[in-house]
Design a protein around this ligand. Structure first.
Ligand SMILES: [Zn+2]
Ligand SMILES: [Zn+2]
Length: 349
């Protein structure tokens, strides 16, 4: 079956309409009519070949929500009409230590929702900027939000789980002081989630203009990181800092804000490395500098259920598919609060 999509034929070409193939659902597959797809920074990096190994045509999109349109003979968990989501993962080996623990995101054979290897034509996976997708049931998530919230649920599938997973892993919650660095697609979700988990949340921004916005998202305090006296007031006080900034920056200034045994975890993916932090900053207080990449399928379901229960969605700007190239330029300027989401119905028009 061919469906309409939006993608690029080369790294130096804009995204444009195209027809792409989708396999017929196999015994364990779920076929999904896509309603909305979020626009992640990774989409832009991949489609412009700023990361190695982009395969063309490239159809990005890994914040997918929609309704089940068909299921394979052995699928028991989903039926046509169900509201579902697909995030960054559409396959993995299913039998390694990571897969057995529900940490498919760390499986050595994890297949990304786009640009991953697949026996399906054209030989690499094609993402959610398209009318439908066929995914093994293991990687399909159930959505319990109201259907009217569906567009704003889409970004939870990447931005939501990328921040939820480290917050849970390092025990954000009541009595914990959690910093969130960067107030963008990832950071705005980090603030909402850490607040809902009951932590004392401090947002870090380079721009004083974002103070009110961060407070509205749920931050208890806001620090303008360019003001040394504001930074100094928080020295040695954080249990956890969730750093969402992908641009290379000085990590020492933030690491010194961790208390003994505190952790700063990086979730942004910089094109070039951060300058290495001072060893003394780490050893003198047994501090940890860590990383975290999206989250496994069971935890992604837990995150979606947590968000449904707490009424959490992303703050979005809905766009039509043909606005995607402009949206990328605006995203590069930081001109979005806080996530673009494509209305996939616009592909048919
Ligand atoms: Zn993403
Ligand atoms: Zn595996």
């Amino acid at each position: 079956m061919n469906v309409k999509a939006y993608g690029a034929h080369a790294s130096d070409l804009p995204l444009e309409p195209m027809d792409i193939p989708r396999r017929a659902p196999g015994a364990h597959d779920v076929q999904i009519d896509i309603a909305y797809c979020g626009v992640c920074h990774s989409d832009l990096h991949q489609v412009r070949a700023e990361w190695a190994g982009t395969l063309f045509p490239c159809v990005p999109g890994h914040e997918i929500v929609g309704r089940v349109s068909a299921v394979g003979a052995h699928v028991r968990g989903f039926k046509p009409g169900d509201l579902v989501g697909v995030g960054c993962i559409v396959d993995s080996c299913k039998h390694c230590e990571e897969c057995n623990e529900g940490l498919e995101n760390y499986c050595g054979q994890m297949v990304g929702t786009y640009n991953g290897p697949t026996p399906d034509a054209p030989g690499h996976t094609l993402g959610g900027y398209s009318q439908s997708i066929v995914v093994h049931e293991r990687y399909v998530l159930r959505i319990r939000h109201d259907a009217q919230q569906l567009a704003a649920v889409a970004p939870l599938l990447c931005a939501g789980i990328t921040t939820y997973s480290p917050l849970r892993h390092w025990h954000a919650g009541p009595g914990k002081k959690v910093g969130v660095v960067g107030i963008g697609g990832l950071g705005h979700m980090g603030i909402k989630l850490a607040h809902a988990m009951g932590a004392h949340v401090v947002a870090f921004t380079t721009s004083a203009a974002k103070r009110e916005a961060a407070t509205a998202l749920g931050a208890d305090e806001v620090v303008v990181s360019r003001h040394p006296e504001e930074m100094a007031a928080h020295a040695q006080s954080f249990d956890l800092i969730l750093n969402t900034v992908a641009a290379p920056h000085d990590l020492n200034a933030l690491l010194t804000l961790l208390k003994r045994d505190g952790t700063m975890t990086l979730v942004g993916a910089p094109a070039t490395p951060h300058p290495s932090p001072e060893v003394f900053t780490l050893i003198t207080k047994r501090r940890s500098l860590a990383g975290s990449m999206i989250g496994g399928i069971p935890q992604t379901q837990e995150m979606l259920d947590f968000c449904a229960e707490h009424g959490i969605v992303a703050d979005i700007e809905l766009i039509r598919a043909e606005q995607i190239n402009d949206a990328y330029e605006r995203m590069l300027r930081g001109d979005v609060k806080y996530r673009f989401v494509i209305d996939i119905a616009s592909l048919a028009q």
